[in-house]
Design a protein around this ligand. Structure first.
Ligand code: HMG
Ligand code: MG
Length: 284
């Protein structure tokens, strides 16, 4: 065995947030309940953002209320500000995630704030979470390429990672939001980030627009990353990253990791079932 590697399932959030069809809450609950049988420790299934910005996530409280919570699974929610934090807590999210960007252009387009303003917004959330031992994950988008600013310097990613980690995020998920990264770029970025955040606290979040997500995962594995975000069925995209296609598919990552000899603790048959369910939720 090559050791343990984990998939952080983001399908019910990152997978569905950009779908055009208004997906009923019951379908989202069914997807999460299916995924809960697959062996994940963490499933992101909610997002307490402005419904004007991301209408698809408007039913997040109902989703968290309706799912059957499996033992040993933490159900996660995105929270952009204190309002989202309060709503996530009221809905009994087991962990939350703040989301920053390594590039100014995407930060402005996605959350209407500069990078610095966004970090200032996150500070009271991390402070409040610390008092109640609520785990907070930190995302960084556009870690190699930005749809607005172009190439992103590894030092910029490292600077944001350093800040989020110092503020108390227990893990930093590094997002190739556009799905345009290459293994070389991923490696250069990770070498810089590893200098400021222990590699055991990093995760890779690859979208697959350019078809290189699995190669990018391999680059990250070779530099010590062992946690990867993925979405069942390969759904996804960000409404503020024009042209970005789906997240790397959970079933593809799980099969790849198993083939390389990693123990993921996942049931591939259940994952395939969830992938099919996720794909069927797409607009016709
Ligand atoms: P804003 O317009 O600058 O903020 O949005 P505002 O404070 O002026 O609020 C505007 C309206 O939203 C107000 O309502 C607020 O009450 C309401 P109005 O008075 O107009 O009726 N509002 C909220 N409603 C519900 N929940 C809240 C909330 N906050 C304010 N928490 C804001 C700023 C951050 C709210 C907005 O820009 C936003 O919601 N952005 C979210 C965008 C988003 O969700 N993007 C996708 C997720 S990130 C991603 O996918 C990348 C990732 O996967 C990693 C990767 O791939 O790189 C994580
Ligand atoms: Mg994403």
């Amino acid at each position: 065995m090559a050791g343990r590697a984990e998939i952080f399932e983001v399908g019910p959030r990152d997978g569905l947030q950009n779908e055009k069809r208004n997906i009923p809450v019951a379908e989202k609950i069914a997807l999460v309940d299916c995924l809960s049988r697959a062996g994940f420790s963490r499933i992101e299934c909610a997002s307490f953002v402005s419904p004007k910005w991301v209408p698809q996530m408007a039913g997040s409280a109902e989703v968290l209320d309706g799912i059957q919570r499996a033992e040993g699974v933490r159900y996660a929610a995105l929270t952009p500000n204190m309002r989202g934090y309060d709503d996530a807590l009221a809905a009994k999210a087991d962990e939350i995630a703040v989301f920053a960007s390594a590039s100014e252009g995407f930060s402005r387009a996605n959350i209407n704030a500069s990078i610095e303003e966004s970090l200032e917004r996150f500070a009271p959330m991390l402070e409040a979470a610390r008092h109640i031992d609520l785990p907070v994950r930190g995302y960084i988008s556009c870690v190699t390429d930005c749809p607005y600013d172009g190439d992103v310097a590894p030092a910029q990613v490292a600077a944001v990672a350093d800040r989020l980690f110092a503020m108390g995020c227990y893990e930093i998920s590094l997002g190739d939001t556009l799905g345009r990264a290459s293994p070389d770029k991923v490696a250069r970025m990770l070498l810089a980030v590893r200098d400021v955040v222990p590699v055991g606290r990093l995760a890779g979040h690859f979208h697959d627009t350019g078809g290189k997500a699995i190669a990018n995962i391999d680059a990250a594995l070779s530099l010590g990353v062992r946690v990867f975000d993925a979405a069942a069925g390969g759904l996804g995209g960000c409404p503020y990253a024009p042209g970005a296609a789906g997240n790397v598919a959970t079933e593809a990552v799980a099969e790849h990791l198993e083939r390389l000899g990693y123990d993921t603790g996942l049931d591939l048959a259940v994952i395939r079932e969830a992938a099919e369910m996720a794909r069927s939720m797409r607009a016709e």
